[in-house]
Design a protein around this ligand. Structure first.
Ligand SMILES: [Zn+2]
Length: 409
């Protein structure tokens, strides 16, 4: 269906922009590299016969008109910014596949009722300002000028770098699309996990985007001499933490869908012959269903409280971040499922553990995603890889799903 060779060539070309000695790409938002990537993407949009423009947030759009000119637009795309030394597929695949889909429609003389736009969102990754999804937040009308004060490592704010790129942060509101103006948002993206590889499938239909809760556990026990303190007289903060981590693993696993990770742990004083008196550790708990995630969190906290009381350890829990999961809409999931069937691929549903721009759009329009198999599940790394065949299959699935949603089949 789509031209897999052309898609692959563009992916390779775009991968040269911001290429690092270590083998990955670094394209942080509002840098020369990101600008060059957007310019290259804009040139592909022109080749595809699309009309090109950028909005007040720097989001880049290529539009193809529908038969009904004022009908709500079907929006497809992703991002071209990256993390530090990231991979070449996370983001660019969705943008370039979107262009490929519209160019194919053009070449085949396909008409659709609804107009279709490809978007390259500004700063999805958040690598520069530790505040991502700037473009999609703006498009959803969820971003105000005062939220543009996040600073990068050099102390430059989002607002300042926007000005240096000719954008007016005070006018960020103009990027917001009115409700009812977007029929659906569909994003093709690499899975960044190994579920599809495990199922031996090139593509899958995303059920929802997981929302993370980030907690910090602070345990205060009592420091003591490891040789002179009998086991029954200890208030070992690390032993308590170890038990809580076991509870986290068991409670998350018991749901079948929730994932819980303790990725940071600090202990004091940290001597080989000293009982740890204080421990701090993080928890990242995610699920695509809040009705599963939140009770899991409650059970973990209840058990943690009980076992700390039993051990004479004081427990304090801080919430660092709490994002709502974003279920994908039936409308988009069904279209993606039918697209898989057309391609002869078993429709397979899987969640997204990672965050994506679609999360920001749930109040604006029906949202959904199609995943492409990732080699070894590796992402945010120069080793990130999806085969040419799988990228083509993903773009083909996107083609049929978009044609379906835009009223062309
Ligand atoms: Zn991405």
């Amino acid at each position: 269906m789509i031209d897999g060779g052309r898609l692959w060539r563009r992916l390779s070309e775009l991968g040269e922009i911001g290429k690092q000695e270590e083998g990955g790409v670094t394209r942080l938002s509002f840098t020369d590299e990101e600008r060059a990537a957007k310019d290259r993407v804009a040139s592909y949009m022109v080749e595809a016969g699309l009309s090109v423009r950028e909005d007040a947030a720097g989001n880049l759009f290529g539009r193809r008109e529908g038969k009904t000119r004022d009908a709500p637009v079907v929006l497809i795309g992703s991002h071209v910014d990256s993390v530090y030394n990231g991979g070449n597929f996370d983001g660019p695949l969705g943008v370039l596949a979107g262009i490929e889909v519209l160019q194919t429609m053009d070449e085949r003389g396909m008409e659709t009722e609804h107009p279709i736009e490809v978007v390259a969102f500004t700063d999805e990754e958040g690598a520069r300002f530790s505040f991502g999804m700037i473009g999609s937040r703006a498009l959803a009308g969820r971003l105000s000028p005062d939220e543009l004060e996040h600073e990068d490592a050099d102390g430059l704010s989002v607002a300042e770098v926007m000005r240096s790129r000719g954008l007016d942060p005070e006018r960020i509101g103009e990027a917001a699309r009115p409700r009812g103006s977007v029929r659906a948002y569909v994003e093709l993206h690499i899975e960044q996990g190994r579920i599809l590889e495990n199922e031996d499938l090139p593509v899958g239909v995303v059920t929802g985007i997981a929302g993370p809760v980030w907690l910090r556990f602070i345990l205060e026990g009592e420091t003591g001499h490891s040789g002179t303190t009998p086991m029954n007289l200890r208030r070992d903060a690390l032993a308590a933490a170890a038990e809580i981590i076991g509870v986290i693993e068991a409670e998350a696993a018991a749901t079948g869908t929730t994932v819980g990770t303790v990725g940071q742990l600090d202990l004091e004083p940290g001597g080989i012959n000293i009982i740890p008196g204080r421990v701090e550790f993080s928890l990242d708990l995610r699920d695509i269903d809040q009705a599963v995630r939140d009770p899991t969190e409650e059970r973990i906290l209840e058990k943690a409280g009980d076992l700390c009381r039993r051990r004479g350890v004081r427990l304090e829990v801080e919430t660092l971040q709490r994002l709502s999961p974003a279920p994908c809409s039936e409308l988009v999931r069904d279209a993606a499922k039918r697209a898989c069937e057309r391609l002869g691929v078993r429709p397979f549903a899987l969640p997204s553990g990672a965050g994506h721009d679609g999360m920001q759009l749930t109040d604006l329009c029906p949202m959904g995603m199609i995943f492409v198999r990732s080699k070894n599940g590796v992402s945010h790394s120069p080793d990130e890889w999806s085969t040419k065949e799988d990228c083509s299959a993903g773009a083909d699935a996107l083609y049929w799903a978009v044609l379906d949603l835009a009223g062309g089949v």
